[in-house]
Ligand binder design. Structure first.
Ligand SMILES: [Zn+2]
Length: 328
């Protein structure tokens, strides 16, 4: 009996490990559904980024962090309705013993639908500019690194208000993604880890998730990120196919990229929800090569491209309104 139990335990563990690390072999085919698709406004997304930056750096406990949180809650309450916006507050231990007051901000659209997807980005910015040659200890503005993903998602939220999506969509803005010092993974992804370990909705099981990180830079390129290909290859291929159909294969390039640890890795590992990362970098032999402004004070509005924002936004509205079958 004990042996059987151990055997069952081991096979359960093995199944758990396979389902966690073996990747999701689910195929996603996003055929055209002949539906009308609302227009994504890159001008509006651009303004949403500028507004975040106007509050200053958004690193945990900074003044800009508090102000931006208020701003995001206000915007989302306006678009989703007050009842469907939730601030998931928690604390984490920072460096130098300070306690970080963090919040994941969540908004649900078409809340009645049990058939759901989620879209996410991180809203915090890095408390240091470790890749800069000057003022390395000062927080960055993070126009692309944080701001762009949130800007695109706010624009989608604005669209959802007037054009209720045919499938349930949750927008999740994670806090504390970029807090950690280089190499110290225990202090990165604080928000996505908290959310994954404490899902606000019991048994939450969306079809899939899409993470947007650094989706607004000039001359951006999104290779098929390594962990996304490991955990949800069918989803990557499906979305890159939509991009090709829409003439964006210069943005969503058909190239396998290096693995980039990011919020989606935490979600795939803890929740097992197939989640991919759309992120700008160049694959290289030494790992992922990020843009020259990455983690520097140059990550400001001057590097943001409406053309890039438009490509990402257009693919997402196409996917949500015209490519998902069988939603209600
Ligand atoms: Zn970063």
């Amino acid at each position: 009996m004990i042996k059987l139990r151990i055997l069952l335990l081991l096979s359960g563990l093995l199944f758990f490990l396979i389902s966690c690390e073996g990747g999701d072999q689910q195929q996603f085919s996003f055929e055209e559904q002949g539906q009308e698709v609302p227009e994504f406004s890159a001008d509006s997304a651009y303004q949403f980024i500028g507004q975040q930056l106007s509050y200053g750096p958004r690193n945990p406990n900074a003044e800009g962090h508090k102000l931006t949180k208020e701003y995001l809650l206000n915007r989302l309450q306006d678009y989703a309705g007050q009842r469907y916006v939730f601030s998931q507050q928690f604390t984490a231990q920072g460096y130098d013993g300070d306690s970080l007051a963090l919040s994941n901000i969540i908004a649900s659209f078409n809340p009645q639908s049990s058939d759901r997807i989620f879209l996410c980005a991180h809203w915090d910015t890095r408390p240091r500019a470790d890749k800069d040659s000057l003022n390395q200890d000062k927080p960055i503005l993070g126009a692309d690194d944080g701001g762009s993903g949130v800007g695109v998602l706010l624009e989608l939220a604005r669209i959802f208000k007037d054009n209720p999506p045919p499938i349930g969509v949750d927008i999740v803005l994670f806090d504390g993604e970029d807090y950690g010092r280089e190499g110290d993974f225990s202090k990165y992804f604080l928000g996505s880890r908290h959310w994954s370990e404490n899902p606000p909705v019991k048994g939450y099981s969306p079809r899939f998730g899409i993470l947007l990180d650094m989706v607004g830079g000039k001359n951006a390129r999104f290779p098929k990120e390594g962990y996304s290909m490991q955990f949800a290859p069918g989803l990557v291929e499906g979305i890159w196919d939509v991009a090709e159909d829409k003439g964006y294969s210069n943005l969503f390039i058909s190239e396998q990229g290096n693995r980039v640890s990011d919020d989606h890795l935490v979600i795939n590992r803890i929740l097992g929800i197939p989640t991919i990362n759309i992120i700008h970098y160049s694959p290289s032999n030494n790992g992922a090569q990020f843009a020259s402004y990455w983690h520097t004070h140059n990550d400001d509005m001057s590097i943001i491209s409406k053309k890039t924002l438009n490509g990402v936004g257009e693919i997402l509205v196409e996917l949500i309104y015209n490519r998902i079958e069988g939603s209600n």
